[in-house]
Design a protein around this ligand. Sequence first.
Ligand code: HEC
Length: 134
Amino acid sequence: MVLKVIIIFFAIGNFSSSNLLGSEFIKKVLPTLQKKCMSCHREPYKTKYGRVKKPKGKLILNTPNGLKKSVIPNNPEQSPLFKRVTLEKEDDEFMPPQGKEDPLTKNELENLRDWIQSGAKTGTWKGTDLSKQN
Ligand code: HEC
């Protein structure tokens, strides 16, 4: 009996924690990516003059699939996305590029790191539609 209760407890615990992680992403990580990364790292789009703009560095960050390509779940240190935001600010590869957007704050870096460390789940996010802002 006691064992059953424990098993049920863990089953519910795991289920809700993975949901929670997805919503943590939406609350704590996505806003940062939207504000500081997506202007350059977004799916190809046409400007109002009809020119096609491609994502910088061929990296798309406004869709779950694109984002997953630069993140290794449970391994922030090896994730290209996390590496780029934690370089020295003077480094040529530092993201966002100097003078373009503000660097990530300590708090944003912690949230990003925790999110990758705990599996990089994106929850119900289906991508961010940027088509209204060229
Ligand atoms: C002003 C435009 C701009 C912004 C804003 C920007 N980037 Fe970049 N990013 C670039 C350019 C240009 C490259 C390609 C040159 C290079 O690799 O440094 C690049 C490359 C990258 C790469 C390497 C892609 C690869 O596979 O080689 C990563 C990862 C990256 N950016 C992450 C980010 C993150 C995370 C943010 C937000 C914190 C961000 N970038 C914001 C312009 C931008």
